[in-house]
Design a protein around this ligand. Sequence first.
Ligand code: IPM
Ligand code: MN
Length: 354
Amino acid sequence: MGYNIAVIAGDGTGPEVVREGLKVFAAAADRAGFTYELQEYDFGAARYLRTGETLPESALDELAKYDAILLGAIGHPDVPPGVLEQGILLKLRFALDLYINLRPVKLLPGAWTPIKGKGPADIDFVVVRENTEGLYASTGGFLRKGTPDEIAVQESVNTRKGVERCIRYAFDYANRDDRRGELTLCGKTNVLTYAWDLWWRAFNEIGDADYGHIRRDYAHVDAICMWFLKNPEWFDVIVTDNMFGDIITDLAAMVQGGMGVAAGGNLHPGKVSMFEPMGGSAPKYEGMNVINPLAAIAAVGMMLDYLGQPEAAVWVEGGMAHAISQMDSLAAGQMGMGTSDVGDVVARFVAEGS
Ligand code: IPM
Ligand code: MN
């Protein structure tokens, strides 16, 4: 069985961390006995600065045919903010209808968390973020723009279908063997009374009808920020909208040891899905072999799980913990070993189990 993987290494340190991710993927393929083909795409700042093009329309049809996409990072100081984010990352999410943003938040053994007194037993939850609607739908507009009386309206779009498919995915996730069977809805029912009324009703109706065995809970988004720091052990699976999910997953990334280890998946279950490290392109570290590749390696672990290789995903996590035990720090430039060394350690562990 062969997988077809598209690789968008991107800008800055993206190519360096993707290289290590693919090293680990190759080791996993060898051991698990599957084959694959890679196709690289050069979307990112360099191509944009050369051609003015972010993502050609034809690329979307082509990318839709892969089993998965591995994305390094996009972003460059010479490109105005928003151009590449809108033109590549958000465009892929919308055009490929990648309606789930999945963010596992797990403190691996040996990884440092800023939360005093909490360890790996306390920090192990998953955020399911809606990825195609809400404030990211980009509806609204200006009135009297540029005058003293100007008005800017930015609307949050919440369709019953979009909310339902996200909530169902989250319930199914909470039902997995490796979860505890608890789902928390994170919203703002006390203030945003249209959007969160819809979410609340959908959450409870779907839960009552089809997931009676999953324990349900609710937390306001502001309160969940407090609890992520105070009681992260309370959480198993969390479901929320696009904007709240964006914010709480950056907080969660710090709780799990920082951007050096945080990865996410942009999913359309059953179709092409895209996996990425959360850390950005970090241009100041480009080409120095000092960036932490573990987040990209974690993205590869998620990709393996998505492709139907959950055992290989477990090997990758074991390899990450093994690497962490040899590293001085998870921060770029302070790891005590190079980017490629970290990849070598994880790949060897995946290949040999030690
Ligand atoms: C993320 C990022 C993106 C987002 C940006 C780069 C558009 O912050 O994946 O969380 O806001 O969704
Ligand atoms: Mn974000």
